[in-house]
Ligand binder design. Structure first.
Ligand code: NAP
Length: 223
């Protein structure tokens, strides 16, 4: 195994925080900075806003100065997103999410981050303003959505995908440095929704697989 993908945990950061931070916060930050190109004052919509990548995108979007609309399946998840600065909340289980987003953002969103896929993607693809960005990050719902392509034409939306290797090296390093600064300064603290002992790994995985996890779920290999 190569050591190229390893990085030193910054001084003062405990191992739990480092474990929870890793993939989710790096995915969210590179997506926001280099693909969605979120800037201060932008309207940002985050799907799966209670999940690992989604909640990280809420926190980091707020730090970038965006006004964040969080979309999730429960009021409990939305309350956590609000506690990290989301200013608008939409529960997609309790109504028409397309109408809710239109009402919340009459001028349209500048960017939408989608780590969920499935039936949420199409209504969310209608949310950006002309020239806005829709970024597909993952398919936690288990369903890769098929979208009517005319929506892209009619609405003038940019549809983009995120993969780590697609970020140019210099930009990648800039993002990593900025993210490390946010972490070490305590301006972003990963949300650990649950902790399990190693022997309880099956329960931990079940919680994630059922979509019940909020933020990151940790398995303590020493417990
Ligand atoms: N492109 C990349 O480089 C990259 C990097 C990291 C992760 N990913 C992908 O991004 C996706 C999200 O990762 P994550 O760490 O945020 O996952 P997560 O913590 O499990 O959160 C996923 C969210 O998806 C929603 N969901 C809907 N149906 C679900 C189901 N059947 N099972 C589980 N969740 C469901 C849930 O939100 P609601 O309850 O609110 O609907 C949940 O909070 C994954 O597909 C992952 O593979 C991609």
């Amino acid at each position: 195994m190569s050591t190229a993908g390893l990085s030193r945990i910054p001084t003062g950061i405990d191992t739990e925080t480092a474990a929870a931070f890793g993939v989710a916060y790096r995915t969210a930050y590179h997506t926001l900075r280099s693909v969605a190109r979120v800037r201060a004052g932008d309207e940002l919509v985050v799907l799966g806003a209670g999940g690992g990548v989604g909640l990280a995108a809420v926190q980091l979007g707020v730090r970038l100065g965006a006004a964040v609309t969080a979309v999730a399946s429960s009021d409990e998840k939305l309350a956590v997103a609000r506690s990290y600065g989301a200013c608008r909340l939409a529960n997609h289980r309790s109504g028409d999410i397309r109408a809710a987003l239109r009402e919340a953002l009459p001028g349209g969103a500048d960017a939408v981050i989608d780590p969920v896929g499935g039936e949420l993607s199409e209504p969310a693809l209608r949310a950006p303003r002309r020239g806005g960005r829709f970024v597909t990050v993952g398919y936690a719902s288990g369903v890769i959505p098929r979208i009517p392509l005319n929506l892209v034409l009619v609405k003038g939306v940019q549809v983009l995908g995120f993969q780590f290797q697609d970020v140019a090296p210099a930009e990648f390093q800039r993002n990593e440095d900025e993210l490390r600064e946010l972490l070490t300064a305590g301006r972003v603290v990963p949300h650990i929704g649950a902790r399990f002992a190693l022997a309880e790994t099956a329960r931990a995985l079940r919680r994630v697989a059922d979509g019940r996890a909020i933020g990151k779920v940790l398995i303590d290999v020493n417990a």
